[in-house]
Ligand binder design. Structure first.
Ligand SMILES: CC(C)(COP(=O)(O)OP(=O)(O)OC[C@H]1O[C@@H](n2cnc3c(N)ncnc32)[C@H](O)[C@@H]1OP(=O)(O)O)[C@@H](O)C(=O)NCCC(=O)NCCS
Length: 182
């Protein structure tokens, strides 16, 4: 299996993989509202391709991380964060450890790049093994409907404490307090 940073040439196959994994209505999901008008972090987008098959080598998996922020309404401060997802592994490649490999690669690379907070919406039964937890996110909001237990955070800096109440939102939103001052 060849894992490498996603290129523009991979994009059509990634879109197809995501349509199959999440359905054609995937763009209506709340997580997509956080990605609207934004672009994923290039160094944190990876694909896995089977090596056999030459130029027809089959796309097996894709992972992306997007810049977002976790805004604390009580202090007006916001923490820069990444949104993990979408991640998808083609059905015939599942259960081989590929998803885990891409998640660990993404988290390690994110940390090297100085990102210490990663958020996702997903199954705790899967993501807790990578250090994601919903323990601190029970009073967090998102810009749309979501299942509270599926909102999870991964903190790689022990000095970073999560706010009890927070709005997960798109990066670079001007906070109301800053806007009022500016
Ligand atoms: C979730 C997904 C990325 C996992 O990829 P994968 O390569 O099959 O995962 P791994 O091989 O690393 O791990 C497999 C293990 O995770 C478990 N697992 C996979 N999805 C799970 C889920 N949603 N909940 C609980 N456990 C899950 C498997 O049962 C297996 O368990 P085992 O190790 O005890 O046998 C893949 O199933 C997928 O693409 N699913 C559809 C899209 C999706 O749901 N994406 C995640 C939401 S953003």
């Amino acid at each position: 299996m060849h894992i490498y940073q996603t290129t523009a040439a991979d994009r059509p196959e990634i879109e197809q993989l995501l349509d199959t994994a999440f359905g054609l209505d995937r763009h209506n999901r709340t997580a997509y509202r956080l990605r609207d008008g934004s672009t994923p972090v290039e160094q944190l987008c990876f694909v896995a391709r089977r090596e056999e098959g030459g130029c027809n080598a089959h796309l097996c998996a894709s992972i992306e991380f997007w810049p977002i922020e976790v805004a604390c309404p009580n202090t007006g401060e916001s923490l820069p964060a990444l949104l993990l997802g979408p991640i998808a592994v083609a059905e015939e490649c599942r259960g081989l450890g590929l998803g885990g490999q891409l998640i660990r690669l993404g988290l390690e690379t994110a940390e090297k790049l100085g990102h210490h907070l990663v958020i996702l919406v997903g199954d705790p039964e899967y993501y807790s093994r990578f250090g994601f937890s919903n323990a601190g996110t029970g009073a967090w909001t998102m810009p749309g409907p979501f299942e509270q237990r599926r909102l999870m955070a991964h903190v790689s800096d022990p000095a970073l404490s999560l706010p009890a109440e927070a709005d997960v939102r798109k990066a670079s939103c001007v906070h109301p307090r800053a806007a009022a001052q500016g």
